[in-house]
Write a protein that binds this ligand. Structure first.
Ligand code: BTN
Length: 337
């Protein structure tokens, strides 16, 4: 079955500037068949979206760095044809409030099929626990995938961990090695957050469960973006830090979609058991002193991995306790190396 590809084209002005070279206002106006004033307005709009477009007197405009815009062909090229058959829609947007919200507002795909939505920029990107997800224009991958589980929500507690495994694999394919996973679903590089997962669920009792899996990855980060994100207390990393070069956003996005589609079919068939060994091998905190934050209290202990349902195991003075994702969050105790 063919995948339907839709999207709002980025302004042609941005397509022309994406090479990072200098373009005169006159040449831009000619190519776009508009006035110089319209070019200037367009430049102001791009700046308003956070794009660093500089103007050089009597020479023209240029972006601080070349920009790789999302490209359906390049994303599709990373997806195995068998997985591509599962994909009902691939929507690429220029800007949106949140890709998760967009898919949650849509009807669910039939069981066994998926809808994907990616955006260059999210104006209201959402993270776990009501936090914001901040990603500058074109610097990351903001992706959501909608999927319907035939058998409802009963086995979904560990889905976020399997998503982490799929994303770590995808980043490895994109040349970023050394990924680890922090329970339940942060992707880390050298103890810094490179990406996160937000899973949202719509289920009816006894019926199928519609999930929207949102994945946010920092592909590159300017010093300013790092400062902004880290002001919320989270140490961050980017795929570029882990791959020693400038990674392709389309490769990262395509590899994530491919690995998610592969994972979802297997998770539905075999459950988290099929991913537990890999998750354990990537566990960032096993054997380390941690703090578990619950709604009303905070516990200290040593992280001891996860059980077959993906629940966190914490060794405390009063024995091993288990926590399911959603009810608890985990912190590495400061000073631990
Ligand atoms: C977290 O670590 O707090 C989860 C971050 C999830 C961010 C992604 S970006 C794509 C999707 N759309 C959203 O609004 N959020 C998720």
């Amino acid at each position: 079955m063919a995948v339907s590809i839709t999207g709002v084209d980025p302004p042609l002005l941005l397509v022309l500037l994406a090479d990072g070279r200098l373009h005169s206002g006159e040449a831009l106006a000619k190519k776009l068949d508009v006035s110089r004033a319209a070019v200037w307005k367009g430049i102001e709009r791009l700046r308003g979206l956070g794009l660093p477009v500089s103007a050089l007197a009597r020479q023209g405009y240029r972006l601080a760095d070349p920009l790789e815009l999302l490209d359906a062909q390049r994303i599709r090229a990373e997806i195995d044809p068998r997985h591509l058959q599962q994909l009902r829609a691939l929507e690429l947007l220029f800007e949106v409030d949140s890709t998760n919200t967009r898919l949650l507002d849509r009807s669910a795909p039939p069981a066994g099929r998926a809808d994907a939505c990616l955006s260059e920029l999210q104006h209201a990107g959402r993270g776990r626990r009501g936090r914001r997800w901040i990603a500058p224009f074109g610097a990351g991958v903001a992706l959501s995938l909608s999927w319907t589980f035939r058998d409802g929500a009963s086995t979904l507690a560990a889905l976020s961990l399997a998503v982490g495994v799929a994303v770590a694999r995808a980043l490895g394919r994109a040349g970023a090695h050394g990924m680890t996973l922090k329970w339940p679903n942060d992707i880390w590089f050298e103890s810094r957050k490179i990406g996160g997962v937000l899973i949202e669920l719509r289920a009816e009792a006894g019926g199928p469960a519609h999930v929207v899996i949102g994945v946010g990855i920092n592909v590159t980060l300017t010093a300013e973006a790092r400062r902004e994100i880290e002001s919320s207390g989270v140490a961050v990393a980017a795929v570029a830090d882990a791959s020693g070069g400038l990674p392709s956003r389309n490769l990262v996005a395509g590899a994530i979609l491919d690995e998610l589609l592969s994972m979802l079919a297997r998770f539905e068939r075999d459950g988290f058991g099929a991913f537990r060994d890999t998750w354990t091998a990537l566990d960032a905190l096993s054997g380390r002193p941690v703090q578990v934050l619950l709604a009303e209290k905070c516990l200290y202990g040593t992280a001891r991995g996860v059980d077959r349902d993906g629940a966190l195991l914490l060794e405390t003075a009063s024995g091993v306790q288990r926590f399911v994702s959603g009810e608890a969050s985990l912190r590495l105790i400061e000073g631990d190396t």
